[in-house]
Design a protein around this ligand. Structure first.
Ligand code: ATP
Length: 361
């Protein structure tokens, strides 16, 4: 069992404002007392006991830490330090100040494919690097693609949240359920052996949304979305893709492939003509094509609304529980627990998938 630093994190870092929340805890800005340097602290609640519904198993935190420790790349969030107490583990990570890529794009009036590709290329470089190390992220989605500094002339992409990532050992068969319905690959839904190709499917979905502002497999319900994915039921509606180049559509089509071995790898994506044009004609086509900004803004607004709705309803559920037990206002620490209330790992894979999927879409 890995042992993390046992010092009290607050002796070394001053805890600042909340930057974001996930299912298992909060991320706060922290200032290193010795140097004044700003970092982000990811506070992960640990399960209190075997029967506890709240919090993460320690071995899952160790997995996330081990993965992060082995990744050093400009486009991947860097890990600096790890502390633990009886109830939580705190990851001190690089502070990413630029917010989510999709929010940055949604503020723009227009964006050519050439400009969009600058971001896609960086995502692919980060993903290629982790795949070369036999690590799959398994939760690539817009919320996990951030920007180092949105005011920089060329902001760096930073991939975050390695909570579901996995490092493969050669020859090993790995199956897992989980992820966010819109972005997960068919092999995850079918509970088949997984590989790094599952991330490439998610990149196909992200690219489709990026260009059109539509989600390719989105149904009325999570179940319908999953059925659409397994049936490979998607299309490029001419009305929404009128500004999109054929090269971009070809790129997406080579990622949204059911057979994992036929799907483009990150390495192959980086030499696809949409990303790396072979001649002037291809360069001109990319410059003439643009992303569907009207749809994109709508998609992003809906996405943000859903995220805050999920957070509020999780907190409301927690407050109701509190009122049933003891009528008082929950403290900050307890509100952190409520995000974990959506998870229960002690269940069979099928019901776990349902719960995980319905809590994260
Ligand atoms: P999930 O429930 O999606 O698995 P999680 O508990 O693993 O989430 P993260 O996704 O890592 O948590 O972080 C939650 C949020 O905190 C992110 O969506 C982002 O807004 C913010 N965040 C995470 N890491 C950083 C960072 N290094 N710098 C700034 N903000 C961050």
């Amino acid at each position: 069992m890995a042992v993390f630093k046992l010092d009290n994190v607050e002796d070394l870092y001053e805890i600042g404002s909340v930057l974001g929340s996930g299912h298992f805890g909060q991320v706060c800005e922290v200032r290193e007392r010795a140097t004044g340097v700003l970092w982000a602290g990811k506070f992960l609640k640990l399960k209190k006991g075997a029967g506890s519904r709240l919090g993460l198993e320690r071995k899952n935190v160790e997995k996330e830490v081990e993965v992060l420790q082995s990744l050093q790349h400009q486009n991947i969030m860097a890990l600096r330090d790890v502390f633990e107490s009886r109830s939580e583990v705190v990851l001190i990570v690089e502070l990413i100040k630029g917010g989510e890529l999709f929010d940055f794009i949604a503020e723009k009036e227009n964006l050519t494919e050439t400009e969009a590709i600058e971001f896609m290329k960086q995502i692919l470089e980060g993903v290629r690097y982790m795949h070369q190390k036999n690590i799959a992220h398994f939760d690539l989605k817009p919320e996990n693609i951030m920007l180092s500094d949105k005011h920089a002339p060329h902001p760096d992409i930073k991939i975050i949240d390695f909570g579901m990532a996995y490092r493969f050992t050669p020859g090993e068969e790995y199956k897992s359920l989980g992820g966010t319905p819109q972005y997960i690959a068919p092999e995850i839904i079918n509970f088949e052996p997984l590989g790094t190709a599952a991330d490439m499917w998610s990149i196909g979905v992200i690219t489709y949304i990026f260009l059109s502002g539509l989600s390719p497999f989105q149904g009325e319900t999570d179940e319908e979305t999953l059925r659409n994915i397994v049936a490979l039921k998607y299309e490029f509606e001419p009305h929404h893709f009128s500004q999109t180049s054929n090269m971009a559509k070809d790129f997406i089509q080579k990622l949204l492939v059911k057979d994992q071995s036929e799907r483009m790898t990150a390495e192959e994506c980086l030499i696809h003509p949409w990303i790396k044009p072979l001649n002037r004609t291809q360069i001109a086509k990319r410059n003439r094509s643009s992303i569907n900004m009207k749809n994109f803004k709508k998609f992003n607004a809906r996405r943000k609304w859903k995220m805050s709705f999920n957070m509020v309803s999780a907190c409301n559920r927690f407050c109701r529980l509190q009122l049933l037990c003891k009528p008082r206002i929950p403290e900050q620490q307890e509100l952190r627990d409520c995000e974990s209330d959506q998870e229960d790992t002690g269940t069979k894979p099928a019901s776990l998938l349902r719960r995980r999927l319905s809590s994260s879409s």
